[in-house]
Design a binder for this molecule. Structure first.
Ligand code: GLC
Length: 539
């Protein structure tokens, strides 16, 4: 349960329907112990920054003991903290400190696979085919006379095949095990009762410590077609999954979430689940957030939408329509640790920044909750020119460098000072190099500048708290020019976004409305410049 400090989070009442949740990628947030890798003590030391931003909660990426074959998404022990990031006591301390500042905390749960260093997988390797130890994972005999061919043609999301052959105890080539991600991430068998019981126990372990919820990694991937048919008919290994896919978005996965929901519902502080669900339609997404399943799911349709009014509007409409049909709120997200940062996605340079500023006001005005990925509030761009030897993402290695991977959006935060690592670490180093030109993007540089991205996020988040119209609820589109998105929310609020590059007229009904906040300079009354968003007070 959350501690009972005077400033503890506001009463639990479906807080997740409106919450803005700040994503902390721990190893890149702030380093306290000087090894160049961020840690929980670093987060604690910088918690006032997060609270001052005006968000409601934090989502921590995995901090569990892990060989870090995939940035901690290869978990070797689900009930502890990796020494790189601290100790369980450090976790308890940062949780208490967050609660004391009114911030809720959700943590990342990785149920699709463990690390190959997990005791279960080590014992599976030591045990014989057909054993109870192997039954927790997806071991299969190979095809061909000597079993030298993998059991099917499934591919790893990170490139290469999704099967690795093991050597049996007698030294002979043996069975194959499934890994939809890296070979160091063997998939668990979710038909296995022991696997289910173990994760229910893990949920209770963290809920009893007081966490406010879980982000479910690869939530659409846990169940596989037991026949394990070949991938055929143009279905791809990477999401979003198409219908009929043998290892993504299988119907059986919903049983898991129904049993989990019964667990969280028994806790009075209203803990929440957010699913990382990559599926090909909002209708399939909505199945994960039915009333007895997960509370929310990331809305990747919005993140993936191109910067054009038609595409954005369609993504918004489809999400709201399908999720409200099951009574779930939408959650909007522009970036995370897996995708190219939006400043770069939207074109880079000054135009990319203008669009990202406008996108932030759009996102924070839409009905439901929202996610802010650390550094988004500083307008950090993707780092595209990291040296190969610094890279760590398995995608880069498993595609032979054909795909750069995700390191470019995971570069540590610049806090202050004129040179890398910008006070990210007291020892003057960082696990990925920080570009020297980020000197103008540091927190210290942006704080006093009322026109900075940081100031825009702070103002928007403050207003979001003050304005009754924002957060959960509904919206109504207002007729507008083709390149313009305009909508109202009650009481008394409108948002207009000019997605085009040319100045456009405001919708006549909003032309005289007082401005609450704008993403950039506004120019003549009754007009809105290109790549700009504005919040208006309406009568
Ligand atoms: C999710 C995580 C990603 C990770 C993958 C495998 O997509 O967000 O970072 O690599 O799952 O766990």
């Amino acid at each position: 349960m959350p501690p009972a400090e005077a400033n503890s989070p506001s009463p639990a009442s479906q807080w997740w329907r409106s919450a803005v949740i700040y994503q902390i990628y721990v190893r890149s947030f702030a380093d306290a112990d000087g090894d160049g890798v961020g840690d929980l003590a670093g987060v604690r030391a910088r918690l006032s920054y997060v609270a001052d931003l005006g968000v409601d909660a934090i989502w921590f990426n995995p901090f569990y003991p892990s060989p870090q074959a995939d940035g901690g998404y290869d978990v070797a022990n689900y009930r502890d903290v990796d020494p790189r990031f601290g100790t369980l006591a450090d976790f308890d301390a940062v949780l208490a400190a967050a609660h004391a500042r009114g911030l809720r905390v959700i943590i990342d749960l990785v149920p699709n696979h463990t690390s190959s260093d997990h005791p279960w997988f080590r014992s599976a390797l030591a045990a014989a085919p057909g054993s109870r130890e192997r039954a927790r994972y997806l071991f299969r005999d190979g095809l061909g006379p000597d079993g030298a061919e993998p059991p099917n043609n499934w591919r790893s999301t990170f490139g290469g095949r999704a099967w690795t052959r093991v050597t049996e105890a007698n030294g002979a080539p043996g069975q194959w095990y499934l890994h939809l991600f890296a070979p160091e991430q063997p998939d668990l068998d979710w038909m296995n009762g022991e696997v289910r019981a173990e994760f229910e126990s893990i949920l209770r372990f963290w809920l009893d410590r007081g966490v406010d919820g879980f982000r479910i990694d690869v939530a659409h991937g846990l169940s596989k077609d037991p026949q394990m048919p070949d991938l055929a008919g143009g279905l791809r290994a990477e999401g979003p999954a198409g219908e009929g896919h043998p290892h993504w978005d299988q119907d059986e996965v919903h049983d898991v979430y129904r049993s989990w929901r019964r667990i969280t519902d028994a806790y009075a502080h209203d803990p929440t689940f957010v699913g990382e669900v990559w599926v090909d339609s909002p209708v399939r997404l909505a199945r994960y957030v039915r009333p007895d399943e997960l509370h929310t799911a990331f809305n990747f349709g919005f993140l993936l939408a191109p910067w054009d009014a038609k595409g954005l509007r369609a993504a918004i409409d489809e999400s709201i329509e399908s999720l409200s049909a099951v009574g779930a709120p939408t959650t909007w997200v522009l970036s995370n640790h897996d995708v190219t940062r939006e400043v770069t996605r939207y074109g880079g340079g000054p135009l990319g920044i203008r669009r990202a500023r406008a996108a932030a006001l759009l996102m924070l005005a839409l009905p439901g909750g929202a996610y802010v990925y650390q550094g988004e509030e500083l307008g950090l761009p993707e780092v595209l020119d990291l040296p190969d030897e610094a890279r760590q993402d398995p995608t880069f290695f498993r595609t032979g460098g054909a795909e750069l991977g995700r390191d470019g959006c995971r570069v540590p935060l610049p806090w202050s000072g004129d040179a890398p690592p910008f006070d990210f670490s007291p020892a003057g180093r960082s696990w990925l190099p920080i570009p020297p030109e980020w000197a103008s993007l540091t927190v210290a540089c942006q704080e006093p500048d009322s026109t900075s991205m940081l100031s825009l996020y702070r103002q928007a988040l403050r207003q979001r708290h003050e304005l009754a119209a924002l957060g959960d609820g509904t919206m109504t589109w207002v007729p507008s020019e083709a390149d313009v998105l305009a909508f109202t929310r009650t009481p008394g609020f409108a948002c207009v976004v000019n997605v085009g590059n040319e100045v456009a007229p405001l919708p006549p009904s909003l032309a005289a409305a007082p401005v609450l906040l704008a993403s950039g300079p506004l120019g003549s009354a009754g007009e809105i410049p290109g790549a700009t968003a504005v919040w208006l007070a309406v009568g």
